[in-house]
Write a protein that binds this ligand. Structure first.
Ligand SMILES: Nc1nc2c(ncn2[C@@H]2O[C@H](COP(=O)(O)OP(=O)(O)O)[C@@H](O)[C@H]2O)c(=O)[nH]1
Ligand SMILES: [Mg+2]
Length: 177
């Protein structure tokens, strides 16, 4: 890992959840984080220095069923090592807003809470559900773990930019060196 010189914001989520798209949307670049159509291809931690102001840390996708068990077993310790390093000011945990959270997502939230790492949940691909389903999508997430507030859940769409301003606000309010 590079030496830490900036506040770091970590991004974690299952493969194909829209993590690269969300990072690209935040910085308004098309291909900073490589948006790949082949899920599970990002197997290392990428550190993106944004204008020497903040560092966005793209963690490997987890829980992708087609990755070998060995690979999965190797990824988890890498993610855990970074998240427990004391470096991230905030972890953005991504889930697909159309699906109930998976066990691996709930496990991550419990782990973050137990290790006092601040986190928000970005519920991605919100453009794919109608407005009338927004509340239910947020409730499916807050209901999955005790103590998670609806204010910690941000409906996000990298297609429309929904949630972008709110997520940036959270990121900068947490950013500390
Ligand atoms: N409709 C819609 N599709 C999205 C959104 N974000 C990502 N996708 C699509 O979901 C797939 C996976 O996105 P990607 O960013 O590569 O996911 P990653 O594996 O988590 O990095 C791609 O086909 C994206 O075009 C979104 O907000 N809305
Ligand atoms: Mg990706």
């Amino acid at each position: 890992m590079p030496r830490q010189v900036l506040p770091e914001i970590a991004f974690a989520g299952r493969s194909n959840v829209g993590k690269s798209s969300l990072i690209n949307c935040l910085v308004q670049r098309k291909r900073l984080a490589q948006a790949s159509s082949t899920p599970g291809r990002t197997r290392c931690i990428n550190f993106y220095n944004v204008n020497n102001v903040i560092c966005l840390v793209d963690l490997p996708g987890y829980g992708y069923s087609k990755a070998s068990k060995t690979l999965r077993a190797k990824l988890a310790p890498l993610i855990e090592a970074y998240l427990s390093s004391g470096r991230p000011s905030l972890c953005v945990s991504l889930v697909d807003c159309r699906r109930p959270p998976e066990r691996s997502d709930v496990f991550l939230w419990q782990w973050l809470a137990a290790h006092n790492v601040a986190f928000v949940v970005a519920a991605t691909k919100a453009d794919k559900i109608s407005r009338s389903k927004h509340n239910a999508a947020v409730e499916a997430i807050t209901g999955a773990i005790e103590g998670l507030q609806s204010s910690q859940v941000i409906l996000f769409s990298s297609k429309t930019g929904m949630g972008r301003a709110e997520l940036l606000r959270r990121i900068f309010s947490h950013a500390k060196k």
